[in-house]
Design a protein around this ligand. Structure first.
Ligand code: MRU
Length: 349
């Protein structure tokens, strides 16, 4: 079954994004007319989620090329636009990966007439978007194999259609299990401070009519200790070559609790989220966001304005705490370093 909403779509010369800053109170589209609008939309989290920001940035590169193609120094200016887009959020590798694909496409056609260059870039951005949906569907089918018939699942942040070009990663697995008539129940962490779980995952679970409940992040430990959770399934923003996973802040703590109580812990990521060049998670750049996200909840001030704040957007879960990493080519299990190396070589898992 498919959603009735489209997270991102290029039409009428502009990129239309569901404005995820205001869901679920309002359902509106943010329209990017320039690549600077695209950079803002990623940085301000109009659009968020590793695969979604990758596909969004790909259209940003196409939009930059559309404006710069007839100008002097096109190649240099386009490279600058790519670097500008790539800096909008540092942790999710999908952004660099998608921009890298767009740049490679450009290099193949740069000597061609302008229309051919623009056609090639638009085609590549469309491919990144549609491949993401197909990848998510493949991961869902594979991930469904680890979901028992009567499972209570805990998830964190938002990994659904909103976090991707469509369908979702971890939430895609959960939807697949539900549509496969498995009798599942989902607990969604609210995910302080941006509330992606409360605002976005809760909304997607309700849209899909999946039996579920929202919990404050700090309730997860009690549910896990009391044997109320059969498995944890969540996403990932960058996976290092040894299997360490950077994901939304709070993931690491969940993994420690799961390990303590023997609860299976899965991360669901497309292969584009694996950074084969990083040996371990300590090298993953972790984005720190503005203190206002912690001091305010919406318009309401909840802490003294001058209070110092530590607000990392992500944390790194060591591979030792992870039961399996679900990808479109199969489930990576320990030993992660060896198995990720095999995946890189194109060998089966
Ligand atoms: O800060 P966000 O909302 O972009 O963080 C998103 C996450 O951490 C997701 O878990 C991750 O991107 C995987 S989504 C398919």
């Amino acid at each position: 079954m498919d959603e009735s909403f489209i997270t991102l779509e290029f039409k009428d010369g502009a990129l239309h994004l569901i404005d995820q800053r205001v869901l679920p109170a309002s359902y509106t589209y943010f329209i990017c007319k320039t690549y600077e609008d695209v950079e803002f939309a990623i940085r301000d989290m109009v659009v968020r989620g590793a695969p979604a920001i990758g596909a969004t940035a790909a259209y940003g590169v196409y939009m930059a090329a559309s404006r710069l193609a007839t100008k002097r120094g096109f190649r240099t200016e386009l490279r600058k636009a790519c670097d500008f887009l790539a800096k909008s959020r540092p942790t999710a590798v999908n952004l660099e990966w998608a921009i890298g694909r767009m740049w490679e496409t450009f290099l193949k056609v740069e000597k061609e007439p302008t229309e051919k260059i623009l056609f090639a870039l638009k085609t590549e951005a469309d491919a990144i978007r549609s491949e993401d949906i197909a990848t998510n569907k493949a991961m869902s089918r594979i991930g469904n194999q680890v979901v028992p018939h009567k499972a209570t699942i805990l998830t964190h942040c938002n990994t659904g259609a909103l976090a991707t070009a469509g369908w979702g990663t971890a939430l895609g697995v959960i939807k697949e299990a539900f549509y496969d008539n498995k009798d599942i129940f989902v607990y969604a962490d609210e995910t302080r401070p941006r509330f992606q779980g409360a605002r976005l995952t809760a909304w997607e679970l309700m849209e899909a009519k999946i039996p579920s409940a929202l919990i404050p992040d700090s309730a997860a430990a009690t549910l896990i200790r009391d044997g109320k959770i059969d498995l944890v399934i969540l996403g990932g923003d960058r996976v290092a070559a040894n299997g360490d996973v950077a994901n939304k802040l709070g993931t690491f703590a969940l993994s420690v609790i799961c390990k303590e109580y023997g609860v299976p812990f899965y991360s669901v990521v497309p292969i584009s989220t694996i950074d084969f060049n990083l040996s371990d998670g300590s090298l993953i750049p972790i984005e720190e966001r503005d203190k206002s996200e912690v001091i305010f909840v919406g318009e309401t001030q909840v802490a003294p304005l001058d209070m110092a704040v530590f607000n990392p957007a992500f944390d790194v879960t060591p591979h030792q705490n992870i039961t399996g990493i679900i990808t479109e080519r199969g489930i990576i299990r320990p030993p992660y370093k060896e198995n990720i190396e095999r995946l890189k070589k194109g060998e089966s898992l």
